[in-house]
Design a protein around this ligand. Structure first.
Ligand code: GTP
Length: 334
């Protein structure tokens, strides 16, 4: 039976996975895409081109822990929909993981579930590495190292803003951390998708075993969402409108509230006087990037924003967004 290749696109939060995927989608129309998002409001799905290829969103947690098991059913559904002609006959599946996911945990069902094993295979794990964040990520984020270790190839992003010396040092460090992975400077070529790599032992220590029937025994997993990451997301939907400068002031306030805990913010903001939303993209250690979009991606016109923090307290992100919502309402009433 023909088996469909799955390419796992990994990389820490905000490293540039969706940006790269978009570039590839503009060059290949024979793909299907699964996007896994940590937050329960999917923003990335709206940023991947206007519906050229089937895109499935799995939101609300990582496939390697919180929603493990969802991948099996999603792959089954996609396979059957393709077979029945309900979807285009895509020749490859690209799975964009959350920025916190352990790729080994994500690929486990492909190697353990007998039904999936006959129909899919993991062709490669490609990990995007934010060259600007560099090895700072190694000190701050244990997930980063897992993603480096699991990679068949490491794809550097944001290199244009790097000092050559810092870039060379980063490459040397990456080569030491993963001796077999090839390192690509941007732009990572679309041909990379077609490349097969020698199978490496994928140790899935943090993943639950598979029952004979194929379903995952999640209760046996040694990992709970909170112990796995200490990365928590919260999302906000808000029906008010603010001017662009007031949104800037409000985002600054959010940064002050969260301090060092802030890892990632993305959202679509409703702005006074603009037809489309303002896209906010914010990666720890950098300034928020704000850019107007021509139109809203769907009928929903409410501001939606996802905040991801690293904090020992599970409801920290939620609390911050609750405070922030109060501030937004005050600003709107002024
Ligand atoms: N200058 C520059 N910016 C980039 C590059 N790749 C991504 N970015 C920016 O980095 C931010 C995050 O990019 P995304 O592609 O959304 O990153 P991601 O890995 O999909 O993010 P998550 O899904 O939240 O983990 C955005 O503001 C991008 O415009 C790059 O190669 N160069």
């Amino acid at each position: 039976m023909e088996r469909l290749p799955v390419v796992v696109l990994s990389g820490f939060l905000g490293s540039g996975k969706t940006t790269l995927l978009n570039r590839w989608l503009s060059e290949r129309q024979d793909l299907a895409v699964i996007i896994n998002e940590l937050g329960d409001i999917g923003i990335d799905k709206h940023l991947t081109g206007p519906g050229r290829v089937p895109v499935t969103l799995l939101a609300g947690g990582c496939l390697c822990c919180v929603i493990q098991g969802s991948l099996s059913s999603t792959l089954r559904n996609l396979f059957m929909a393709r077979k029945n002609g309900e979807l285009p006959a895509f020749s490859m599946l690209v799975l964009e993981t959350t920025g916190a996911a352990d790729p080994f945990g994500v690929t486990a069902p492909l190697e353990q579930d007998p039904w999936l094993k006959k129909r899919f295979f993991c062709q490669s794990v490609l990990t995007v590495v934010d060259a600007l964040a560099g090895v700072r990520s190694l000190e701050r984020h244990p997930e980063w190292l897992e993603q480096i270790h699991a990679a068949d190839a490491l794809l550097l992003s944001k290199t244009a803003h790097c000092e050559p010396q810092a870039l060379a040092a980063l490459k040397a460090q990456l080569a030491a951390l993963n001796v077999t992975a090839h390192i690509y400077s941007e732009p990572a070529p679309v041909d990379l998708l077609a490349q097969s790599f020698p199978r490496r032992c994928r140790v899935t220590g943090s993943f639950a075993p598979v029952q004979p029937g194929g379903s995952l025994l999640s209760t046996q997993s040694p990992v709970t969402p909170s112990s796995r990451h200490q990365l928590y997301s919260a999302s906000l939907r808000w029906d008010g409108v603010l001017s662009w400068p007031l949104w800037q002031a409000a985002l600054k306030q959010l940064a002050e509230q969260c301090g060092d805990a802030l890892i990632r913010v993305k959202g679509l903001l409703r702005v006074d006087g603009l037809d489309g939303p303002l896209l906010v993209q914010w990666v720890e250690g950098s300034e928020p990037a704000l850019g107007p979009l021509n139109q809203w991606p769907d009928q929903d016109r409410l501001t939606r924003l996802v905040l991801i923090v690293r904090h020992p307290q599970a409801d920290f992100a939620q609390q911050q967004l609750a405070h922030w919502e109060t501030l937004l309402t005050q600003l709107a009433d002024q």
